[in-house]
Design a protein around this ligand. Sequence first.
Ligand code: ADP
Ligand code: MG
Length: 402
Amino acid sequence: MTFKTLDDLPDDLTGKIVLVRADLNVPMHDGDVSDDTRLRAHLPTICELSDKGAKVLLLSHFRRPNGAPQPAMSTALLVEPMRELTGRSVRYVEDCQGDEAARAVSIMLPGAIGILENTRFHKGETENDPELAKAMAALGDYFVSDAFSVAHRAHASTVGIADHLPAYAGRAMEVELAALEQALGDPERPVVAVVGGAKVSTKLQVLEHLVEKVDHLIIGGGMANTFVASRGVDVGKSLMEKDLIPDAEGIFDAALKADCTIHLPYDVVVAKEFAANPDSMRTCNVHEVGPDEMILDLGASATEALADVLKTCRTLVWNGPLGAFETEPFDAATVALARTAAALTKEGSLVSVAGGGDTVAALNQAGVAEDFTFVSTAGGAFLEWMEGRELPGVSAIEKKDG
Ligand code: ADP
Ligand code: MG
């Protein structure tokens, strides 16, 4: 990979100022951070730079203030939680650019951490305004990008700033990029992708990209219904996107050309109403779905067959649950296949990378998120990466490599 990491910075950073683009956009409840996962993700980068004597300035957006200051969206709320997590000197800096901010930074001690005010208090942030980027960059000597979750946004603090400072990937960014590279960049073959979720329409580009890249494509969830229907099968009341049948056919054709095997469910769990453990629930062949029934999960036979596919593969990428996993017992296939993937990963025969909001929730529900090789929490950026798109926040630090 062609980006610099913290290893390329001088060993002694005493007196130097490092701007770190983090993602401190944590959920809050009654003024308190209700989940500090995002803060903790940046601790390796923050502590390493602080240990080297740098003044560490954290840049982040926080909520959606739409380009104007709003007290309830001030990063000042994050100072105390960050102090507790790092056990170091953490201070709030009233702006993310300008003379006032520079004065506040000048009196910080080496190794201290500054949380700059919400980047989105400036309209220029989301517009990637070059003036704002330049003004942010003027506060520091180096730029470290540590938030893969915002890498799909070309903003002043994710992209523009890298035009003015030597740029590096932070530890969290490095781990994420390495995992993604291992999964689709230069993976061990055979590679299997699992794509599920409600609709084909939200993941058409993902499917189109993956058929070119992987050896096996497992399609599950509501989106499988459209593929099944495109083969002339009646899927009853199931969620189905008629308009996308031609796209589904296009994916079958592309898969044939690319030597990618598509796996669709052949037995399914159906019910007449969408509720927990409905009386009408039954498992049937996908050709036998009644006109008043809907498909809510894959059946046990299909799930077992998919587990066998995973056993023949060396690399797995997964996005999207295989069924309506939030409602019992339609999480069965997702949980079973996730456990198979976790066991194979533990045995050392599979590299498993997963991402997506509901996917992460489903893996947690199965109790196996820890056992995957890597689970990305970067929602939008992860999906754009699965679509094979170039992420501006990654390109910005790549092009700095000389
Ligand atoms: P992610 O957030 O991981 O990218 P998606 O948002 O694309 O995943 O899809 C998750 C949603 O898909 C869940 O709410 C789940 O209930 C729904 N889903 C999966 N299978 C079905 C199905 N057969 N019928 C209806 N909804 C489904
Ligand atoms: Mg989702």
